[in-house]
Design a binder for this molecule. Structure first.
Ligand code: KG4
Ligand code: ZN
Length: 337
C-alpha cells in the first residue's frame, strides 16, 4: 500500500510517501526562518505559509518517491492536536485530494505518530515505556501492544521542548531553541547553576518544567526578574548546560523509575527533543534496557510518521469519512493514545 502522509500541525509543512515501513520520500518545508523573527510560532503566519507550501511540497514528495498521485492508495493527515489554523490547512488539503481522486482518507493523532515513528525502524520489545518529548507534549506511556497503551505521566505545565524554546529565548538564542541550547551546552559547565525540575506531589511520573524555566529567569535577572540580563558567552553556555542537565536528569529519573515499576523491556523515544544527540547518548548509557529511537529524519515533525501510522490504522480499523473528518486542536491523553 502506498500512503501519502500530510503534517501541518504546527510550523512544518511536511509530506511523505511510504510503502508500509519503507520511506520513499519525506519532504519537510521548515518555517523556522519565518517564526525566528517573532521568537516563536506566529499562528496566522504559520497557516498562511502552510497554504503556500502544501502544493509544492506535495509535488516534490511525489517526484522524489517516483510515483504519481494516481498510484497513491491512502491519504493520511495529522488532524489532531495542534494549532487550529495550521491543522485546518492540512486537513482541507487532504480532503481536497481525497475528494478529487476518490482515495480513502484517514486522520492521525500527531502525538501517537511521534511514538509510532520508532516502529518505522526496528520493532521495540514489549512491554515498552513510550516517552514523548516534543514542543507541545511530554508524556510517559506504558505500551503493552501498539493498540494497548496507558498514560502513566505527563507534564503539568510546559512541555519539555517548549521549556527549551523559552529558555533559549532568555539566552538570546534563535527559535527553535533546542538545537542551540544543545550546541552551547557542550561548551558550558552543567553544575554552575544548581537549577532543577519540579516534583509533582503524589504523581511520580508527572513532569513540571515551569519552575525550572523561572529559576533560569531569576538566576539571569535576579529575584522577581527585576534586573537586566547581563549575558556573556560563558553565562550563555553555563546556563544552557545547567538547564539541559536539570531537564535530562529529571527525564532519566522518571523514565528509570517507570521502567522498573512496569517491567518494561525497552524505552521508545519520540518527538522533537529526541533529536538531541546529548539526550540519546545519555539515556542509552544510563537506562537498564534498550533505547529505541525514530529512524533518521523521523524525530522532528514529518509526514513519514503520519503515513506510517495512518497505514497501520487503516489496515486495522479502516478509513475516516470525508464529510465528517475534522481538525481538533486539543486531545486529552487521559487514558492512553
Ligand atoms: O515534535 P516537534 O518537531 O514539534 C512538536 O510536535 O512540538 O518538536 C519540536 C521541539 C522544539 O521545542 C525544539 O526546540 C525541540 O523539539 N528540539 C530540541 C532539539 N531539537 C529540537 N530540544 C532539545 N535538543 C534538541 N537538539
Ligand atoms: Zn510534533
Amino acid at each position: 500500500m502506498l500512503t501519502l502522509g500530510i503534517e501541518t500541525t504546527c510550523d512544518d509543512t511536511a509530506i511523505a510517501v511510504v510503502r508500509g515501513k519503507q520511506i520513499l520520500s519525506n519532504v519537510i518545508g521548515s518555517q523556522a526562518d519565518l517564526h525566528q523573527l517573532y521568537g516563536g510560532v506566529f499562528p496566522e503566519m504559520a497557516s498562511r505559509r502552510h497554504n503556500d507550501l502544501c502544493l509544492p511540497i506535495l509535488k516534490q514528495a511525489l517526484k522524489e518517491a517516483g510515483v504519481t498521485l494516481d498510484q497513491i492508495d491512502l491519504i493520511a493527515v495529522a488532524n489532531r492536536p495542534g494549532l487550529i489554523g495550521s491543522l485546518l490547512v492540512g486537513v482541507n488539503f487532504a480532503k481536497g485530494l481525497a475528494a478529487a481522486t476518490g482515495k480513502p482518507l484517514i486522520g492521525v493523532n500527531h502525538v501517537a505518530a511521534h511514538l509510532y515513528a520508532a516502529w518505522m525502524g526496528e520493532e521495540p520489545k514489549l512491554p515498552a515505556l513510550g516517552v514523548v518529548l516534543s514542543g507541545g507534549h511530554t508524556a510517559l506511556l506504558h505500551i503493552e501492544s501498539w493498540d494497548k497503551t496507558t498514560l502513566i505521566g505527563q507534564t503539568q505545565d510546559d512541555a519539555l521542548g517548549e521549556a527549551f524554546d523559552k529558555v533559549a529565548r532568555m539566552l538570546d538564542l534563535p527559535y527553535p531553541g533546542g538545537p542551540h541550547i544543545e550546541r552551547l551546552a557542550k561548551e558550558g559547565d552543567p553544575h554552575r547553576y544548581p537549577v532543577h525540575a519540579g516534583k509533582c506531589k503524589d504523581r511520580p511520573y508527572d513532569f513540571s518544567f515551569s519552575g525550572l524555566k523561572t529559576a533560569v529567569l531569576y538566576t539571569l535577572k535576579g529575584q522577581n526578574a527585576q534586573g537586566e540580563i547581563q549575558l556573556t558567552p560563558q553565562i550563555q553556555c553555563d546556563m544552557a548546560a545547567s538547564f539541559q542537565r536539570a531537564a535530562f536528569d529529571d527525564v532519566l529519573a522518571k523514565v528509570t523509575k517507570a521502567v522498573s515499576a512496569y517491567n518494561c523491556k525497552s524505552v521508545v523515544l519520540g518527538g522533537g527533543v529526541s533529536q538531541s544527540q546529548t539526550l540519546r547518548t545519555f539515556l542509552a548509557e544510563k537506562l537498564p534496557c534498550p533505547l529505541m529511537l525514530p529512524p533518521p529524519g523521523l524525530s522532528l515533525d514529518n509526514g513519514a510518521m503520519i503515513a506510517g501510522y495512518g497505514t497501520h490504522l487503516f489496515e486495522t480499523c479502516g478509513g475516516d469519512d470525508l464529510e465528517t473528518l475534522d481538525a481538533a486542536p486539543r486531545i486529552t491523553l487521559s487514558s492512553g493514545l
